[in-house]
Design a protein around this ligand. Structure first.
Ligand SMILES: O=c1ccn([C@H]2C[C@H](O)[C@@H](COP(=O)(O)OP(=O)(O)OP(=O)(O)O)O2)c(=O)[nH]1
Length: 144
């Protein structure tokens, strides 16, 4: 079991819950009421700051139902929360683009996260040839 120290920046949003057995992604909630017009962009506050376990980062994605329920797209596709993003005011946000006029209420579950181990340190070595056959580009295996 890993322990995560969390600071709630909004008193009246529900506390994070790890629900064993269903999915290990943890839902995140809007920390305020947000009204958006079609085409509008907002950073929606999630009301939390965290100290991630050492050697981990967090990935934030929309819930599968987010678009159906709220008509918003997460503009960075997947949010990356760095381990160094751990100050008391390092609030997590969901960058969102409204595709229709919409209202998101405080406490609505709009996205979800999990933690992931950092990848190993990388070093890049330039070569003249990689020494492998070309696989072929995007879609080269056809449609069916
Ligand atoms: O969806 C997101 C993505 C990022 N962050 C926070 C945590 C992350 O650690 C910080 C910076 O993110 P990132 O490095 O991906 O953004 P950047 O555009 O490269 O900004 P920076 O110059 O701060 O690195 O912003 C969020 O709250 N939500």
């Amino acid at each position: 079991m890993e322990k995560i120290r969390i600071k709630y920046l909004c008193e009246d949003i529900e506390r994070l819950k790890y629900i064993d057995g269903k999915s290990d992604w943890i839902d995140l909630r809007a920390a305020e009421d947000v009204e958006m017009k079609a085409g509008e962009f907002r950073l929606i506050p999630l009301g939390i700051a965290m100290e991630l376990p050492r050697g981990y980062e967090a990935h934030v994605i929309p819930r599968s139902s987010t678009y159906k329920n709220f008509g918003i797209l997460q503009t960075n596709s997947m949010g990356l929360i760095d381990e160094s993003y751990c100050g008391d005011n390092d609030q997590w946000y969901m960058p969102a683009l409204a595709m229709r006029d919409t209202v998101i209420r405080k406490n609505d579950r709009i996205c979800q996260f999990r933690i992931m181990k950092h990848q190993p340190q990388l070093e890049f070595e330039a070569v003249d040839t990689l020494g492998h056959e070309d696989r072929g580009g995007l879609g080269s295996t056809g449609k069916q």
